[in-house]
Design a protein around this ligand. Structure first.
Ligand code: GDP
Ligand code: IMO
Ligand code: MG
Length: 421
């Protein structure tokens, strides 16, 4: 059986914390897409760590962690992450496995990301510049290098061939940069990686499923950043939704049981692109300040706004969400009045659907207001003690989405999670 945890908004919903919380119930945690553009924050013994590629189950001694074939993997970042994890006293080599079909991010992928963004002028995607787009382009273009290739003696020849292709592209952008230091670090990191447990991911996971082991698939980014269903072109380069679990791990759809969607009690986005419920006023600033809304990967300030139920309903539909974990509910403690976006006004007409192309139209959110609760909820540990105004807010969202909110997260700490029921 496979359960899935994924983001329902534009990323940074708190997936890392929620995966870490649920991990003890599973035998294996598996990342199925994305790469080091992700930044998943965990608190372990009250100490913060941000994971980029290693699954968020790594701090649980008996949990296997698999980096699946759908991931684009950066060896340099992996090495740094492993060192950070080791500083917590964790023997990462014991339970970390890498699928041989996962594609590698090489230094020129990052250079191409920078060149591409620079060439876009005012139309920048706001990429994390981790080489994600160029690496996925090489995958679908059938040029990429895979983790399994590392073990082949022709690897260096393959690498040089790809690097030459990239050089031509970089010349086309008229982009010149010395990446020799990056390359040196890259080859060191490859040596480090060769000693990992590199496995045939699809057999590995299916053998475990056959033995009745429980798998939790960990998503990165968010559904509104999905390359097909997100706010294209302001999206990432992978499918981030539940369907990607099948292709990103090699499991059949009927293996999937629960799809647990993570959503903030409000909404954020980092990078460019449409964000209908964004608040460009003092309230948006307050959300950023109280919620410490700065990117876990790039440190950029996150754009903030009220929760967008049109987008959430859409995300619940395409993912088949069976329950929702609502995070950062405590951030709303300070507000007198809360709002939720229930529809969009598009050129004077009301719509409850995500349009084909948000960038070329004027969207006005339709709001519904709710009273705030104005008390500190961060230490509450049972549903009965939650303020009635918060319960009303949650009940409305559940009714609107027709999906139960199973848990409410009320702080970044591991144990700050209230079961709703
Ligand atoms: P992810 O990428 O989805 O794993 O999320 P990030 O780690 O990028 O961003 C979530 C941020 O919110 C991190 O700084 C978390 O420590 C923090 N966080 C998670 N849940 C809560 C919560 O319930 N309340 C508060 N105040 N912070 C939270
Ligand atoms: P986690 O897993 C938030 C955004 C970038 C940019 C767009 C494309 O921590 O939720 P890319 O680097 O993929 O080419 O960037 O997607 N983005 C994220 N935003 N959280 C993330 O991951 C993100 N990963 C990418 O800011 O707008
Ligand atoms: Mg993040």
């Amino acid at each position: 059986m496979v359960d899935v945890i994924l983001g329902l908004q534009w990323g940074d919903e708190g997936k890392g914390k929620i995966v870490d919380y649920f991990a003890p119930k599973y035998d294996m945690i598996a990342r199925f897409q994305g790469g080091p553009n992700a930044g998943h924050t965990l608190y372990v013994n009250d100490k913060k760590i941000v994971l980029h590629q290693i699954p968020s189950g790594v701090f649980h001694e008996n949990t296997i962690n698999l980096i699946g074939n759908g991931v684009v993997l950066d060896p340099i970042t992996l090495r740094k992450e492993c060192e950070a994890v080791a500083s917590f006293g964790v023997d990462f080599r014991k339970n970390l496995y890498i699928a041989q079909r996962a594609h590698l991010i090489i230094p020129t992928h990052r250079a191409l990301d920078r060149a591409s963004e620079t060439s876009k002028g005012n139309e920048k995607i706001g990429s994390t510049l981790k080489g994600i787009g160029p690496a996925y382009m090489d995958k679908t273009g059938r040029n990429g290098l895979r983790v399994g290739d590392l073990l082949d003696k022709s690897f260096t020849t393959q690498y040089i061939r790809l690097r030459l292709k990239h050089q031509k592209l970089l010349d086309g952008f008229n982009y010149h940069e010395d990446i020799s230091q990056d390359e040196e670090e890259f080859f060191d990191a490859l040596d480090f990686m060769r000693s990992f447990k590199i496995v045939n991911g699809e057999y590995f996971i299916n053998d475990n499923l056959q033995k009745q082991k429980k798998v939790l698939a960990e998503g990165a980014q968010g559904s509104m950043l999905d390359v097909d269903f997100g706010t294209f072109p302001f999206v990432t380069s992978s499918n981030t939704i539940s369907a990607a679990v099948c292709t990103g791990l090699g499991v059949a759809p009927q293996r999937i049981r629960d799809v647990i969607g993570v959503s903030k009690a409000y909404c954020t986005r980092v990078g460019s692109g449409p964000f209908p419920s964004e608040l460009l006023d003092g309230i948006g600033e307050e959300l950023r300040r109280i919620g410490s809304e700065f990117g876990a990967t790039t440190g950029r300030p996150r754009r903030c706004g009220w929760i967008d139920l049109v987008a959430l309903r859409y995300a619940s539909m395409i993912n088949g969400v069976t329950k929702i974990v609502m995070t950062k509910a405590d951030v709303l403690d300070a507000f007198e009045e809360l709002r939720v976006c229930t529809a969009y006004n598009v050129n004077g007409a009301k719509s409850e659907e995500i349009p084909f192309q948000m960038t070329r139209m004027h969207l006005e959110p339709v709001w519904q207001s709710f009273p705030g609760w104005k008390i500190d909820t961060s230490k509450i540990n049972s549903c009965g003690n939650l303020p009635s105004a918060m319960k009303e807010y949650i009940r409305f969202i559940e009714g609107f989405l027709h999906v139960p909110i199973s848990h409410i997260s009320n702080g970044p700490g591991r144990d700050q999670l209230v079961v709703n029921g």
